[in-house]
Design a protein around this ligand. Sequence first.
Ligand code: OAD
Length: 242
Amino acid sequence: METLRIDGNTRLLVMTGAGVSAESGIPTFRGSDGLWENHPVEQVASPEGFHADPALVWRFYSQRRTGARPCVPNPGHLAIAEWEQMLGDRFLLATQNVDGLHRLAGNQRLVELHGNLFTTRCTRCERPPFEDRLAYPEGTVPLCGQCGGRLRPNIVWFGEPLDSRDLLQVGDFLRRDDTRLVFMAVGTSGAVWPAAGFVDTARKSGGETWLVNAEPAENTGRFHHFIQGRSGEVLPKLVTFE
Ligand code: OAD
């Protein structure tokens, strides 16, 4: 297997997707049939779906909370946390995952592009998102204790924009010109934007690009290096620090 050499003049942006958590027991979106109990995922992960049937959406996210709660980081997450330890501010992790496993593994230089499964926010008032690990009983829609408005999962749904501060942080890191740039995508199908386009921004900034994935992704051709395999097996052996 090829190895990635990182020296004192290299910065690393890692971007992860559902595949990195698969070995922790969290199901991916694509690769199976992308449906949840015969509902297209857009029906339970979009503002329109929430408006049409908020109890169904809460049932979906309550089940995902129950499923993710006992899961723990796998050797792939732990390898990425170690890279942050080695690199300090020459490291940034952008994840599309909402399961919180990167933080549990120890990553702090972390951008959660799609939100977090264990936080909730109000659809009506300005109350900031708050920690919420509850799975709500079937048929219920929790209400805000401060204004009585409907609560919703703090997830970026289909059709919703990503937080501009998150995108700025990733863009600034990619465009910094003080060090050699390496961009690595792990466990993502390359189907969802804007994350799927980070590889192009990295290349425009002169970066070297790596993909680690169980199967070819939609944008595999955009990467200089593709390593096919499970992230929990590949990542612990992939990087050598010089
Ligand atoms: P996907 O489910 O689309 O893709 C997961 C990828 O991981 C697939 O290409 C698999 O081949 C690969 N994979 C599976 N197991 C793996 C393993 N052990 N090691 C390495 N790779 C593995 O997940 P994402 O690309 O993350 O958005 O999906 C992007 C977004 O689409 C998600 O964040 C979600 C969804 O809609 C929201 O919920 C907002």
